[in-house]
Every structure is written in structure tokens, then in C-alpha cells.
Ligand binder design. Structure first.
Ligand SMILES: [Zn+2]
Ligand SMILES: [Zn+2]
Length: 187
């Protein structure tokens, strides 16, 4: 009887030891890892610059020697009906995408001509396509909408110098029209 009780106690003890070993094997390492994880310095999420949808304008001349590409959104997109633009572009008006000079890269052979003290007009030296009008002191450049690879990207916001627009041309959109230059800035 006593022997049976002693055996019972020993068996319970052994069972306890066995279960401890089993539990330690099952969860011991995990707890260790958990501890390690907690000891690591807190991880801060990377500050990711939010990517805004930006339209990249690409284009070039007729022969392909001159190419350009923009790296930022335009300052404005306007249609100028002044006679100087008509002459320079060889068209009824100058639809152009105005960019900051720093945001446009141009490659290829370009000829330039100052049509006024500050406005320089650029065309391909080979084929003569009109590519841009540039005001370096103001840091801006207008890319001709006709030289864009994808003309559907052009989204004008204004007509100006409509006092000299070609007589046959009827402006059918609801955009603001200015008889002479735009109300603010000269471009
Ligand atoms: Zn060309
Ligand atoms: Zn003009």
C-alpha cells in the first residue's frame, strides 16, 4: 500500500519533469525570440514621399533631332494669339505649355532667335520646327503644343492677345480671354 503511494508520488514527479521538458521545448525558443524582438530598437515606418500624379510632357521636332522632356507639372498652359507668335510659329496661334526652365531638358541641335529683348525662340536647326519660347531672366520656357508627342495632354486655361487673333478663328471654348497680355506676369 505504502509502496504504491510512493510509486504514485514518484510517477507524478516524473510526469511533471517530463511535461516541463516538453513545454520548454515547445515554447521555450519562441519566448526567447519574443524577448529578442522586444529588445530590438523600435522600427519607425519609412517616410515615403507621396507620389502625386504628374504629367510628363515629351516632344520634339519633325525630323526627330531635337527632343525634350519635362520633370514637373507646368506653370500654366495657354494660347497666345499675338502676331509675333503667329510669325514665329508659322501658325494661327501659339498654344504652349509653360514650364520652369529647371524642369525641362532639351537635347539636339537648336537655333535660337530673340524676338524681343527677353524672349528667345528656339527651333530645330535641321528641320526648323518651332520648339519653344524662353524667357531666361524669368526662368520660364513655353513648349509648343504642336511639338508634343501626345497632343491630348495639352489642357489650356486661357487665351490672350485675342485682340490680334486671326479674323476667321472663332474661339468656341469657355476659357478666359484677354485682349492683350495675361493680367498677372507677362507670360
Ligand atoms: Zn528637327
Ligand atoms: Zn505671343
Amino acid at each position: 500500500m505504502i509502496r504504491a503511494r510512493i510509486w504514485g508520488v514518484v510517477r507524478a514527479f516524473l510526469w511533471g519533469v517530463f511535461m516541463s521538458v516538453v513545454l520548454c521545448c515547445l515554447f521555450g525558443d519562441n519566448q526567447h525570440l519574443e524577448l529578442n524582438r522586444r529588445e530590438q530598437p523600435p522600427q519607425y515606418p519609412q517616410l515615403v514621399k507621396e507620389v502625386c500624379p504628374m504629367t510628363i510632357f515629351r516632344g520634339g521636332c519633325l525630323c526627330g533631332a531635337v527632343r525634350y522632356e519635362t520633370t514637373a507639372d507646368p506653370l500654366n498652359q495657354r494660347v497666345c494669339h499675338c502676331q509675333e507668335c503667329q510669325k514665329a510659329i508659322g501658325a494661327a496661334f501659339n498654344a504652349r505649355v509653360l514650364m520652369s526652365l529647371d524642369d525641362v531638358s532639351i537635347t539636339g541641335p537648336v537655333s535660337t532667335f530673340y524676338s524681343s529683348e527677353t524672349l528667345e525662340r528656339g527651333s530645330c536647326s535641321r528641320c526648323g520646327s518651332s520648339i519653344f519660347s524662353r524667357r531666361t531672366p524669368a526662368g520660364v520656357i513655353g513648349l509648343t503644343a504642336g511639338s508634343l508627342d501626345d497632343s491630348s495632354l495639352f489642357n489650356p486655361d486661357m487665351h490672350f492677345w485675342v485682340s490680334s487673333k486671326q479674323p476667321w478663328l472663332e474661339i468656341a471654348d469657355d476659357l478666359p480671354q484677354y485682349l492683350e497680355g495675361p493680367p498677372s506676369k507677362g507670360y
